[in-house]
Structure formats: C-alpha cells, structure tokens
Design a protein around this ligand. Sequence first.
Ligand SMILES: [Mn+2]
Length: 331
Amino acid sequence: MVVMECSGSLSTFSDQETVSRTVSNLKMISASFYIPKNNPLKPLGDDAHFICEPEQTIGVADGVGSWSKKGIDAGIYARNLMLNAADSVRDEMKKYGVVIPKRVLTKAFLNTKAEGSSTACIITLQGEFLHCANVGDSKFVLIRENKIVFRSPVQQSKFNCPYQLGKISNTPSVAEECACKVQEGDVIIAGTDGLFDNVDEKELETLVFMGLLEDIKPEVLAKKIAMFAHAQAKDPCACTPFQRESIRAGFQRSGGKYDDITVVVALIMSTSMAAWSPVWEATPAEFCGEAFDDSPGSWFYFSHPSVTLPLYDLPFSLDGPDLLVPISLST
Ligand SMILES: [Mn+2]
C-alpha cells in the first residue's frame, strides 16, 4: 500500500485499524454533481457514486460502456456496485467501527449480480488519513493551498482500457490501496474519467481556488467543476488531457471526450468548524435536485446535507426537476 505524507516525506504503517482509531478533529464535508451523457435511452448514464456522510466515506464508479455492444447496460452494474458498497460501508462501521476500502470493494463486488463491469474508487477519512482502494481510472486528487499534492493511482491495461471489476473482468484483489495525510483546509476532488480526461490539473486547481475565494459550498463547487468539464467535453477544439493521452498513444484526436461526468467535492474541516458550517444550513429543497440546460434532463444534480446515495433507480420524469430527488439512507 502506498502511504504518503503530503509534505513530501514518505511514512508507512502496517496496521490500518490502529491508524483509524487515531483521535482526530477532522471531518469531510462532501457533495456531488453528476452530468450523464445526454441519451434518452439511457438517461442515468454509466457513472454512479455515493456519499456516506456519517461514515465519512465516498465512492465513485464508471460502468464500462462497451458492454452496450452486447446489449448490456453497464450503468446498472456500476449503480448496483455503489449501492452495495454503501451498504458495506454502513455494515463495516457498525461491526468494526472502521471502514476499510478494499474490504468494502470486495463485499460490494461479491454482492453485485448484474452483468457488466465498472471501475471503482472508495475513499474514507480515518483520523488524519484518507484511505483509498481503487480499480481502474476513477480517482481523487488532494488540493492543498491551491496545488494538487496527491493523486490516487489509476490502473489501465492500455490507453483508454481501465482495470474494471466484473464477473469476467478483474476482481478486487487487483485494487490498489493508498493513504495520505490530510489537514484542515484540504480539498478532495474525486471523479470519473469524464472529469479527469477533460480537465487539466491546473484548471482544476484554478476552479478550486476560485471556489474557495468565493466561499462557495461544496455542492456549488462540484457543480461548477462538472459544468466546466462538460463544456470541455463538448468542445472539439479544447486542449484536454484526453487529447494529449490520445496523441501519446498514437491516435490523432482533438478536443474533449464526451462522457458521463461525476464530481465529488470533499472539504476537510475541523469538527468545530463543520458544526456551524453553512453546508448544514442548506435545506433539502434547495439542493435535492435540479435539471437544466438546453437539453432537458441531461443534467442531474444530486446533493443534500445528509445525502448518502442518489436513488438512481427511481423512475422519474425528464420533464422537470421535481422528481429528481436523492434519497437519504441514513434515516
Ligand atoms: Mn467514463
């Protein structure tokens, strides 16, 4: 496992559970924004994510779209995987008082019966450390004082072919684990390749810097970042990480990559600050759901002060925002 002190010195520890019990006054305040590709036949896209606020754990997943050639919707796999992961997170905390991401991923994988495959990244705050288990190219970055100081590792077998969990794909045994020390004021941005393939690290740093300057809430920052990624994704002239990686891999390509875009923003705050944070004053009605832009139904906004998981399988109308309501599984 990679364990990183973000000051630059490398530290190691052998017993994750010992570390997890370290007393800390840090808390993650998390929110998300999801923009699925505009496809009326598949309005929920291939990405999925969850936020387990009481357990201080988040997860993102990206169903592998090429399953559609076999008539399989990998978004269902990704959503089931994240639902099962959120269940495992709550079980782990109840039983052991600690969340171990690789164990969560393993349980979620074993409980997911859908056809398909998906990348997955599970991130949890334990004491002063973020712990992560990852399969594939979803990831998180840690921003401190306007600079990315840590990136979780990504895994792909070749260009644009990420490792993936699935019955005939990889198992969680390939998951890479990492940990990094965090401090108050750090910002974690987790997401799928729809984010990281379309937004440069410098751009991400600037978006976060501007957001913090304006003192915006995590849900607003997540939305701004997702909107920027969406604009890049649809711009045939944008200079993007995906364009550069394509050329490096020998493909002529310009512009962004049109893809589902998941952004989760987590602010590291001290518990005393978090207690009066404006985030907690947000009303569910204000943040429960939004659909906008010129293509109705193409943008879904899932955020809630106590959100744990968007209810992706809820049948809803694409005509208006009213039914785009995430559920809270914490009640
Ligand atoms: Mn993707």
